[in-house]
Every structure is written in C-alpha cells, then in structure tokens.
Design a protein around this ligand. Structure first.
Ligand SMILES: [Zn+2]
Ligand SMILES: [Zn+2]
Length: 139
C-alpha cells in the first residue's frame, strides 16, 4: 500500500505528492505535472491542446511531440559550431575531453536540476540535449 500519511496532498488533483515531494513548495503545493498544466502550459496559447508540446522546457507533452527532431537539431547545431575549427566558446576541444565532460555532467545531472529547483525532465531526450550542450564547457 502506498504511504500517503507522510506525503503532502496536491492542491490540483488531490492525490499524494511522492516523487516531487522535495519541490512541493516550489510548485505551490502540487505535482510538477499539475503545476505545469495549471500555470504554464496554456500561457502562450490559451486554446492549446494539453497533449501538444507548449514549447517550455520540461513540458510533459514534449515527450510525445518532436523530441527526437529537437535532439537531432541540437546535435547538428553542435556540429555546425565546428564549421570553422574549434569553437571559441567551447572549453573542451578534443573528443576525449568532451566525452569526459559529458560523463561528468550526466553523473551530476541530479545536482544540476536541483540547483535550479526543477525536477529532472521526464524525457531523457530533453536531458541529453542539455547534457550535450553543457559538456562543451563542463570541466
Ligand atoms: Zn497533482
Ligand atoms: Zn506544456
């Protein structure tokens, strides 16, 4: 049986908040998903479809909508950075350095999101996009 006694209750859906308990106050007493659909998802498009990616980072609907395409674009953008040689805004200019930084960033991904007060995105496509970009300068 789920332990509901120690879990706060979501103001939107009335169910216990377990996974996002640490961020309960950040998300105004709601699940992350409930907070997103209550306050963020319809901001740019009031008639939008809840199943449609609203474009905000971490939108749960993004998993279903074009996450793969965005990942491909993100990787192509990294390649384009190298069109004129090692990019000045990258700190890691060799493949081993870059991959080492990528591994380091992924190992500390939880800390990265915790520092920003947001949960780790549901979609690992999203996490990988951030990771690939972050590894260009991560030490
Ligand atoms: Zn909820
Ligand atoms: Zn959304």
């Amino acid at each position: 049986m789920p332990d509901t006694t120690s879990s706060p209750i979501c103001r939107r859906c009335g169910r216990p908040v377990r996974v996002g308990r640490d961020n309960y106050t950040v998300f105004e007493g709601m699940h992350y998903v409930c907070f997103h659909y209550e306050f963020e998802h319809d901001l740019s498009n009031p008639d939008g479809d809840p199943d449609e990616d609203c474009g905000l980072p971490g939108c749960p609907s993004a998993v279903a909508a074009g996450a793969n395409d965005r990942m491909v674009s993100a990787v192509r953008a990294l390649v384009a950075d190298w069109s004129a040689g090692p990019p000045a805004h990258w700190d890691n200019h060799s493949l081993p350095d870059y991959l080492e930084a990528l591994a380091g960033w992924l190992a500390d991904a939880e800390g990265f999101y915790a520092n920003r007060g947001v949960p780790i995105p549901w979609s690992s496509w999203e996490v990988m996009q951030t990771a690939l970009r972050a590894a260009t300068i991560y030490e």
